[in-house]
Design a protein around this ligand. Structure first.
Ligand SMILES: [Ca+2]
Ligand SMILES: [Ca+2]
Length: 123
C-alpha cells in the first residue's frame, strides 16, 4: 500500500468515525423528546412549562390543566390568573382578547365590575 492510499484510508476511517458519532448524538432515547433542531431532551421536560427546545416546541400543544388557559395560536398553557390581567403572556396576545375591561365574568356568565370581585360578598 502506497503512502497516498494509506492517507486516503486514514481520511475514510476518520470520516466514518465522525459520521457515526454524529448519528449517535442524534439518536434520542426511547423516552426522549426530539426538538425540531434534532436536539434530544428528556421526555419529562416536555410540557413542564419550561422552554427547553430553541423553537419552544416542547411546550406547545400540551394538555392544559384545569387552572390553565390555552393560548390560541401556539397552544401554550398559561396560568388562568394570567388571563385578562393586562399583560400579554401569549405570543398572539390571545390571553388578553375578549376581556371586558374593568369587568369580571362569573362562571355563570354574569358580568361584574372588578371591584365586586373578592369583596367577600356573593353577587
Ligand atoms: Ca420543557
Ligand atoms: Ca395576560
Amino acid at each position: 500500500m502506497g503512502t497516498r492510499s494509506f492517507l486516503l484510508l486514514l481520511v475514510a476511517v476518520h470520516c466514518a468515525v465522525h459520521i457515526r458519532a454524529q448519528l449517535f448524538r442524534q439518536t434520542c432515547g426511547a423516552d426522549d423528546f426530539r426538538c425540531n433542531n434534532g436536539r434530544c431532551i428528556e421526555g419529562s421536560r416536555r410540557c413542564d412549562r419550561v422552554v427547553d427546545c430553541p423553537s419552544q416546541e416542547d411546550e406547545q400543544n400540551c394538555e392544559c390543566r384545569s387552572n390553565e388557559f390555552r393560548c390560541v395560536s401556539d397552544g401554550f398553557c398559561i396560568e388562568s390568573r394570567k388571563r385578562c390581567d393586562g399583560v400579554n403572556h401569549c405570543t398572539d396576545n390571545s390571553d388578553e382578547i375578549d376581556c371586558a375591561t374593568g369587568f369580571f365574568r362569573c362562571r355563570n356568565g354574569k358580568i361584574l365590575p372588578h371591584n365586586q370581585r373578592c369583596n367577600r360578598q356573593y353577587d
